[in-house]
Ligand binder design. Structure first.
Ligand code: C5P
Length: 245
């Protein structure tokens, strides 16, 4: 069964993070950016505020959804959550690789079984490795004595071995991940993307859309450069032009 996130044209690689607090604001953004984005990302704030109805509304409108709830719990619980994400019909969803091998294997297996039984396309399971907000000194306080990048690569390797379909990583980590995991089907989703001339906000390891794709990103996650702009369509059209050149 084919996974639900095939990429055919530049816009399919662009994910817009709907980091807004209400369904109305989210639907307004979807309306404003229709046709220029391959997928909409719904994270924990918007999902907690609106629940799965918003996901269903987007899917009914023909959009694809990336459910970014970063699941992390015992294997049975996360496997069941993954099945519910698949039942909703999202194209991709996230879990924390730090949930460990039994958890990741349980999710991948439960989702594959469910989708085969129902005859539906499988969502891509994605792993979050080390949150980019954590530095070596934060990890040391958690009993983890290594550089964040080393742990991130180890977790990405483990996720791949468990059948997870990709990771969320900064553009700067792509080379190391590709070197450690030569499987080109393993997707790398890159946030912290800034078209030249837009402010960095709190992101530190930035890349322009072209740099990220050249480095080997499969998908780009864009949030504030589009959300805070009074001309979101122009920004996206610019990015798509850059990606096709
Ligand atoms: O473009 P902007 O910085 O606003 O995008 C932020 C989005 O990317 C958020 O939805 C956030 O969850 C996501 N993200 C991130 N850094 C990571 C992982 C995800 O900013 N390391």
């Amino acid at each position: 069964m084919v996974e639900k996130d095939e990429k055919r044209e530049p816009k399919d690689r662009v994910i817009l993070a709907l980091d807004v607090p209400t369904a109305e604001a989210a639907l307004r953004l979807v309306e404003e950016t229709r046709g220029l984005v391959g997928m909409y990302k719904i994270g924990s704030q918007l999902f907690t505020a609106t629940g799965p109805d918003l996901v269903r509304a987007l899917l009914r409108g023909g959009e694809r959804v990336f459910l970014d709830l970063k699941f992390h719990d015992i294997p049975t619980v996360v496997a069941r959550a993954g099945v519910e994400a698949a039942r909703l019909g999202v194209s991709m969803f996230t879990l924390h690789a730090l949930g460990g091998e039994p958890m990741m294997r349980a999710v991948v297996e439960a989702v594959a079984d469910f989708c085969a039984r129902e005859g539906i396309a499988r969502p891509r399971v994605l792993a979050v490795t080390v949150l980019t907000s954590l530095e070596a000194k934060d990890l040391a306080k958690m009993g983890l004595q290594a550089e964040p990048e080393e742990i991130a690569v180890a977790l990405a390797r483990l996720a791949h071995a468990c059948g997870v379909g990709g990771v969320v990583a900064s553009a700067w980590e792509i080379a190391r991940i590709r070197e450690a995991i030569p499987d080109r089907e393993f997707a790398i989703i890159v946030p912290g993307v800034r078209p030249s001339g837009t402010p960095p906000h709190d992101q530190r390891r930035l890349a322009t859309p072209q740099e990220a794709i050249r480095a080997g990103a499969d998908y780009l996650v864009l949030g504030r450069p589009v959300l805070e702009s009074d001309r979101p369509r122009e920004i996206l059209e610019d990015i798509l032009r850059q990606l096709s050149s």
